[in-house]
Design a protein around this ligand. Structure first.
Ligand code: GLC
Length: 714
């Protein structure tokens, strides 16, 4: 449909039709012809049959068959026949599930992120999905928050880099993207989901909005607003965020969609008196589409008639939704006819399973290894733990993924060995379980083996939305299991599942090796087996710090110094310095950290100059050698520190990285270029610019790498 036809269509739509076009409801209402009863999330909302068959979009439906039925039924009944735009949470795969995004970030591989998202878009678009509510790029510094699994960790640069790769991948696979959650949702106080956030303009700009600015460079079709209060105002009422910054400063003209019932939640926030006020506020802030609540349907026409909301505002909102449908060719292909057979053939095809396997392998992070890994195939192992035979290792937000299509660790190991292994569950996976009754059986099993592989940690449903934890240690009964296994006198390899960093301080004292596998997805068990037996070499690096104790949360690498920094991270002897009397400051495992089965050594790092002219560049040469006995991959990381500026700057910031694979004995010099653009930040005057001064340069294999040189920007 041409643009002129959009204008014509707009003219034909009544005000009530437009209010329906900018409303998104669950697809069930169309399938079941129901009058929507009160929903669990928000105040009840009641839709007439005309509302249901006049809405602009649906979410949460099944496969290609389901999508086809919904579109056809809608077009049969709808009066104005404007095709639906159908959206779904395709977060880390559609049916073939790859690792949760936080895990994928640990691959430090933007091409891999793009490849995974393209693969999931192919499966999703063949199953009737037009838009995915992804990528989620919320900066996440507090591991108590359940949704850290859904983003790309604690660094703004990585969230922007991988968010952009995801948008490109989705588009290449035939999906439109919805970048979320705008904004600062990850700054929820105490890590409690949906909780309040309070940030200075500087903190907002410099850390929480940077990835959104980056992602807009890929022209995502939608942006989703978040649930949270920001500085006392619900995001959907925040004109500075939604109008001044997003629409005017960044010139975003795509569709802004609310999160699920977030528009009417402004009542419970204690901000809007009623749904009519919710509709007025959200509309005046250009929240184009209301997800799963009906303030617009119920009150926008009245607000326009009263002059509280200009008719032109509603026209602009509806026009952006119609233009989205035009961009997705939905007018030409209203039923988005897809072949059910093609859809079935694409899902879980060998190529997609290979991507799921490879991405899992590259997301694992080897945290400890006494040398017990890789295992030898002739060794007799005992496979124990509540997650050893678990099939649901998909993680939260697993879309159409199915546990019965996953490869468990037990299945993966037995397939690789071609033989059954000793197995015992050992304990429950429930976080609060205190049942120790089956630990003895696991110990008995362990005594029959040379090495114990204990699969512990979080189940898929222990992270994700509405899954924040106040205690992120491994559950007590699992620690007890590990201790008893260790007493059996055999080396214990801990394979730890989780959707977030967990406190592994006790585990570190017990285990001979720790392989962190996150929530690895459909091919997780195969990937774990391949890694345990050294068919592949782990190369993941942490995209989020692992605390020593939950009391450290939030702990992150790009923190400020304070006026009284400790000279050394130690418990005692430095009174009146920034720290605790009962805990160290450093995380147990820092951002950027990860071991390999080989060993890398860094040579003398050289800077090309001690001075950077405006518009100039500094080259940083980083010699790297594989000193081990096997090939392996290393992520060479480049950090800088701006020593003094109009706003205090973090003790270090990741500015670039390079993934390097070296054969045993091979050496290579990695060269980075630092330009003035790399030094820009939102200064005290709110301007994004580089300020003259001294900069330290660090490069190495994690965020503890030492200062290698200094230069001055003139
Ligand atoms: C949820 C999430 C959001 C998701 C939406 C639709 O509440 O916050 O990320 O895309 O609803 O499922």
């Amino acid at each position: 449909m041409k643009s002129v036809q959009i204008e014509d269509l707009l003219k034909k739509l009544s005000l009530q039709d437009k209010a329906r076009q900018i409303t998104q409801i669950n697809a069930d209402f169309i399938k079941a012809d129901v009058k929507a009863e009160a929903t669990g999330v928000s105040d009840g909302f009641y839709l007439t049959k005309d509302d249901v068959f006049g809405c602009g979009s649906v979410l949460n439906f099944g496969d290609a068959r389901d999508a086809e039925y919904i579109r056809k039924k809608y077009l049969e009944v709808s009066e104005n026949k404007v095709p639906l735009v159908m959206m779904q949470d395709v977060i880390h795969g559609y049916r073939t599930i790859f690792p949760v995004p936080l895990a994928l970030a640990c691959s430090f591989d933007a091409d891999l992120v793009e490849e995974c998202c393209k693969m999931s878009a192919v499966e999703a678009s063949l199953n009737g999905v037009d838009v995915t509510f992804s990528p989620m790029i919320n900066l996440s510094r507090d591991a108590r928050w359940g949704r850290v699994m859904e983003g790309y960790g604690e660094d703004p640069y990585l969230n922007g880099l991988f968010g952009r790769a995801a948008v490109r991948g989705y588009r290449a696979g035939g999906l439109a993207s919805c970048v979320k959650h705008y904004a600062a949702y990850g700054a929820a106080e105490a890590g409690k989901d949906y909780n309040t956030t309070d940030l200075s303009e500087h903190n907002l700009r410099e850390y929480y909005l940077r990835a959104f600015e980056e992602c807009l460079k890929e022209n995502p079709e939608l942006i989703m607003t978040s649930f949270n209060l920001l500085n006392g105002v619900p995001v959907n009422a925040d004109s500075h965020l939604l109008v001044d910054i997003l629409r005017k400063e960044w010139n975003y003209n795509g569709v802004v969609i609310s999160d699920y019932a977030a528009v009417v939640e402004m009542i419970k926030h204690g901000y809007a008196e009623n749904k009519k006020e919710c509709a007025r506020v959200a509309a005046l802030n250009a929240v184009d589409m209301e997800m799963m609540s009906s303030a617009y349907i119920e009150f926008l026409p009245e607000l326009v008639e009263e002059g509280a909301v200009p008719a032109s505002v509603v026209d602009e909102m509806a026009k952006r939704v119609l233009e989205l449908k035009q961009k997705l060719n939905l007018f030409e292909n209203p039923d988005n006819a897809t072949s059910v057979q093609k859809a079935e053939e694409a899902c879980l095809c060998p190529e997609h399973r290979e991507i799921a396997l490879r991405s899992a392998e590259k997301s694992f992070v080897l945290l400890e290894n006494s040398g017990v890994l890789p295992l030898k195939e002739w060794q007799k192992i005992a496979l124990v733990g509540p997650l050893a035979a678990e099939k649901n290792i998909l993680g939260a937000w697993a879309c159409a993924g199915r546990a019965d299509e996953c490869v468990s660790v037990k299945e993966g190991v037995e397939k690789l060995l071609g033989a059954k292994v000793l197995y015992s569950k050992g304990c429950s996976v429930d976080l609060l379980s205190d049942d120790e009754s089956i630990i003895a059986d696991a110990v008995k099993t362990a005594k029959k083996a040379e090495v114990v592989v204990a699969c512990v940690g979080e189940h898929s449903y222990h992270s994700g939305e509405s899954a924040s934890r106040a205690d992120i240690c491994l559950p007590k009964v699992q620690v007890k299991l590990l201790k008893e296994l260790k007493k059996a006198g055999k080396p214990v390899v801990a394979v730890i599942f989780g959707g977030r960093p967990q406190v592994l301080t006790e585990v570190k004292e017990i285990a001979a090796a720790i392989l962190y596998v996150w929530q690895p997805g459909t091919e997780g068990g195969s990937a774990i087996a391949e890694t345990l037996y050294g068919k592949v070499c782990p190369e993941g690096k942490l995209a989020m710090s692992f605390p020593r104790s939950v009391g450290q949360c939030p702990v992150y690498y790009n923190h400020f110094s304070s006026g009284r920094p400790k000279s050394k991270d130690e418990l005692h002897g430095q009174a009146y310095t920034c720290g605790y009397i009962d805990e160290l400051n450093s995380p147990l495992y820092p951002f950027g950290y990860g071991l390999s089965y080989t060993r890398f050594e860094y040579g003398d790092i050289k800077l090309s100059s001690a001075v950077m002219e405006r518009g100039g560049k500094i080259c940083v040469s980083v010699p790297l050698k594989n000193c081990g006995s096997r090939a392996g991959g290393e992520v060479v990381q480049l950090y800088i520190r701006d020593k003094f500026a109009s706003c205090a700057r973090p003790v270090r910031e990741l500015k670039a990285f390079r993934k390097v694979t070296l054969a045993a004995g091979e050496q290579k010099t990695v060269v980075f270029e630092i330009t003035e653009d790399d030094l820009k930040f939102y200064g005290a005057n709110g301007k994004f610019a580089a300020e003259a001064g001294e900069f330290e340069v660090m490069a190495g294999g994690d965020s503890r790498c030492a200062v290698a040189g200094v230069f001055r920007l003139l």
